[in-house]
Design a binder for this molecule. Structure first.
Ligand code: ATP
Ligand code: MG
Length: 246
């Protein structure tokens, strides 16, 4: 039992989710290490959504609302922490959830698929009966993408992703929206829009933002997109961390 009075109770709740996902065959061993790296950066960021991150979340919402074929690419960590919100966003935008794993095994695919099925997601791609094509110049089991999903997509949401894959998807001319607590990671540096914040805070805020901006004209959404510069965003995120040391 977790002690609710523990000063770091929230952080322990998320660790518990990670451990349970590992026990339930959803998360690979290395997913636990990736979570630890995320926790470190969250400490540095102050465990809150900054003004800059909220603006970036709003820009991401504008991208979702102006793209033709957005896809939500999910892995073990994302599923462990925010499967409910992924299902909500998929429903809200009527877009597919595609499973893509660095350490792909048939068991993990089935386990993750079941999580999203149970949450009512209609369009789940990336399962073993899907039609795949390899991502050019990318090795390993994360290379295959669904022909109906990421292959066709103009916008791919890849939270908590490895840099290699982000680079290769970006090179295909797709817009990449990424969530990564580390503003220096290769994924952060190569994405179109990098939300430097914890996925557990980002998803509820992103859903709210999509709801808000769905009433806006396309030209207003485009204006917000055009004003955004990911290099400035990353610089601001890094300076927000530096300020915490002053
Ligand atoms: P890259 O491959 O992009 O250079 P990396 O090798 O350091 O990065 P990976 O393990 O490939 O890291 O990817 C996991 C990323 O997810 C890490 O940058 C980590 O900070 C981030 N991360 C982990 N947990 C969270 C979380 N809860 N919210 C947001 N980001 C997270
Ligand atoms: Mg990596």
């Amino acid at each position: 039992m977790l002690n609710k009075n523990h000063p770091r109770y929230q952080s322990l709740v998320y660790r518990d989710k990670i451990v349970k996902a590992h026990e339930n065959g959803i998360l690979a061993d290395s997913g636990m290490i990736a979570h630890g790296r995320g926790e470190t950066f969250d400490y540095l960021i102050g465990e809150k959504t900054t003004y800059n991150s909220q603006n970036t979340i709003d820009v991401a919402a504008c991208y979702f609302l102006t793209s033709k074929n957005p896809v939500l690419s999910v892995n073990g960590n994302t599923t462990a922490l925010v499967s409910e919100e992924i299902a909500q966003l998929s429903d809200l935008l009527d877009i597919p959830v595609e499973i893509n794993l660095y350490y792909r095994t048939p068991e993990r695919i089935v386990n993750i698929e079941k999580v999203y099925r149970d949450l009512g997601v209609k369009n789940i791609l990336g399962t073993d009966d899907d039609d795949f094509i390899d991502t050019p110049d990318l090795d390993g089991p994360r290379s295959p993408v669904s022909i109906e999903g990421i292959k066709k997509a103009d916008l791919v949401f890849i939270p908590l992703e490895d840099g290699d894959r982000a680079e290769k998807l970006y090179a295909l001319g797709k817009d990449i929206v990424n969530v990564d607590l580390n503003p220096l990671s290769r994924t952060a540096q190569t994405s179109t829009v990098t939300i430097v914040d914890n996925i557990v805070r980002v998803m509820p805020a992103l859903i709210k933002s999509v709801e808000k901006y769905s009433d806006y004209d396309n030209s207003d959404l485009q204006e917000k997109i055009d004003k955004f510069n990911n290099n400035v965003n990353l610089d601001t995120a890094i300076h927000d961390i530096i300020k915490r040391f002053e």
